[in-house]
Design a protein around this ligand. Sequence first.
Ligand code: SF4
Length: 351
Amino acid sequence: MTSKPYITGMNHSALVALCQDAGVKPIHADTLNAYIFRRGITDWYAMPELPQALRDYLDVSVDVLTPDVVANQHAEDGTQKMLLRMPDGKDIESVLIPAAGRLTQCVSTQVGCAIGCEFCLTATAGLTRNLSTAEIMSQVFTARHIMGEPVRNVVLMGMGEPLHNYDAVADFVRLITDPQGMALSPRRVTLSTAGLVPAIYRLIEDKLPCSLAVSLNATTDAIRSDIMPINQKYPLADLLEAMRCYVQQHGRKRILIEYVLLGGVNDSLDDAKRLVTLLDGLASTVNLLPFNAFEGSKFQRPERSHVEAFRAELSKAGFVAVVRESRGRDISAACGQLKTEVTARRRQKVS
Ligand code: SF4
């Protein structure tokens, strides 16, 4: 593994420092920033404005992180699920979703996850390590390279709990929304959390330029603690208070609620009514996600009639509620599924 820092994870200040170390004017940081992050060009020999001294310095001092694409599954609906290998051999998933002329990418923030949600395949392997800012960003560069167009929406909903890797994720969010660089609108960068309450307050205090999604998935502490152990530490009342604080103080108009519907667990009409009460007065949009069963999962897909009744109850109460089928259901749709399959295949080959 290289010991050189990755230029593709550097913010403008770090690029200025590079220029100073190379003995050239700091203004060249603007050129580097524009080429790398705005145009997706990472070869400094294709940047004619740069002085030779800077190129020579970059040659020996920094690297560009280009993960190997270990697998790339294509779904009929255009979704692509990539398995990317990081320099230390660890694999992560990243999903590309072309829709309405805009490329959306779901990025991973950790190798594995420590949160342990019962309905999540990624949770079964636990947490291996955090991803660095450069490793998170490398997913976006790889997407641009493969698709030939820049990513327009980024959702931090892949493997890992983003707020469990706060510093690297915060740097990534600032970098991808930097107006001089990739310049994504903060409305087009959505960070999804399972409910790490103290980190939500930190995000508010830091005014992190992104939208927030909360994976809620239950309307009572008993059920939520059963399917999301994090609820034992940060129960619903605390989480909802943090969500209200976000909407009031962060200057965002609304919060996205994700609700995975698990057949017979959290998909009843009573659940829908309780959800209406919990979200009362909170500007929110609700995404209802019918569970995709995977091998060994203990939950069932909900009945279609339950999904529709749940959605109708929310709509009746005035909420924007949308049923979102997992994109790419004909490929390994569940988060962590592709990595599990590729690892299993590798093991079979070895034995
Ligand atoms: S759903 Fe998200 S937070 Fe929960 S275990 Fe899976 S990756 Fe982690």
